[in-house]
Design a protein around this ligand. Structure first.
Ligand SMILES: NC(=O)c1ccc[n+]([C@@H]2O[C@H](COP(=O)([O-])OP(=O)(O)OC[C@H]3O[C@@H](n4cnc5c(N)ncnc54)[C@H](OP(=O)(O)O)[C@@H]3O)[C@@H](O)[C@H]2O)c1
Length: 254
């Protein structure tokens, strides 16, 4: 199984790996035999402890809204590993507020974590990604985009929707720039996974109404996202770059 995954013995960093979608991704990579570093501001220790029952998972604490957090994280990773085969940026934040109340602080926070941190991590970790790259097996960078970056969001998430559309664009830009350096850059664009981030929508409209928005009439499950990531990091994904892969049951089609 792990040969099919192609992550056995590789090193991965999953931001936002403490919970939600990041945790699902980290679990899949750990089960595939990778050494997986997970980061967040809180909760990574507990998650790493749980995931370590299946393999190798290590916690790193970082606030990615701050440049100091990004520098500390990359320095810590660099002191432990000389090569990084997989970088997944799942850390993300959103802010729900009306047009009149959508604050400048919310814009700064959302864009710092969702877009700027992704760019800065790729920039800082380029030497380690290049060190991991092989001619037939490129290093892989994956960002978590969103269906809200591909359509007008239902909720009042102005900064968030724009940040995810920007992230999709940045993925394409970096993919083009890094293709000749043996690094693929792709995005997975989830729809509705019942995590902390979906809570405001579930509280406002209820589960049934939210689910009715999804053409396939179900929420995303851990195996949906795990398998999508494992495809992108496997042999099958080695010739794929600049893709925005919807894992949303058709949500963005609406
Ligand atoms: N759930 C969905 O249906 C859905 C749909 C579309 C897109 N997405 C995207 O998928 C990704 C994961 O979402 P999720 O649903 O798993 O959200 P979540 O459950 O809220 O998890 C967010 C993760 O990001 C971390 N994080 C937030 N702010 C951070 C900061 N300043 N510094 C470092 N880490 C930070 C959180 O840890 P701490 O708070 O402890 O730092 C947590 O680990 C996000 O990029 C999101 O936009 C999710």
């Amino acid at each position: 199984m792990s040969e099919l995954f192609g992550v056995e013995g590789k090193v991965a960093l999953v931001t936002g790996g403490s919970r939600g979608i990041g945790r699902m991704i980290a679990r899949g990579l750990v089960a595939g035999g990778a050494t997986v570093y997970i980061t967040s501001r809180t909760g990574s220790e507990e998650t790493a402890h749980e995931l370590s029952k299946e393999g190798r998972c290590l916690p790193l604490k970082a606030d990615l809204s701050k440049e100091s957090g990004i520098r500390a994280l990359t320095a810590e990773l660099r002191s432990a590993e000389s090569a990084l085969h997989v970088l997944v940026h799942s850390a993300g934040t959103h802010h729900v507020a009306s047009l009149e109340e959508h604050s400048a602080e919310a814009w700064d926070d959302v864009w710092s974590v969702n877009v700027k941190a992704f760019f800065r991590l790729v920039q800082e970790l380029l030497p380690e990604l290049k060190a991991a790259s092989r001619p037939d097996d490129p290093a892989r960078v994956i960002a978590l985009g969103s269906a809200d970056g591909a359509r007008v969001p239902q909720m009042d998430v102005y900064a968030y929707g724009a940040s995810k559309a920007g992230l999709h664009h940045l993925v394409a830009h970096l993919a083009r720039r890094l293709a000749r350096q043996g690094i693929t850059v792709n995005a997975i664009s989830p729809g509705t996974f019942p995590t902390e981030m979906l809570r405001p929508a579930l509280e406002r409209w209820g589960e049934e109404t939210v689910m009715k928005q999804v053409p396939m009439r179900r929420f995303g499950e851990p195996s949906d996202i795990e398998a999508a990531v494992l495809y992108l990091v496997s042999r099958g994904g080695s010739y794929v770059t600049g893709a925005i892969l919807p894992v949303d049951g058709g949500l963005a089609l609406r």
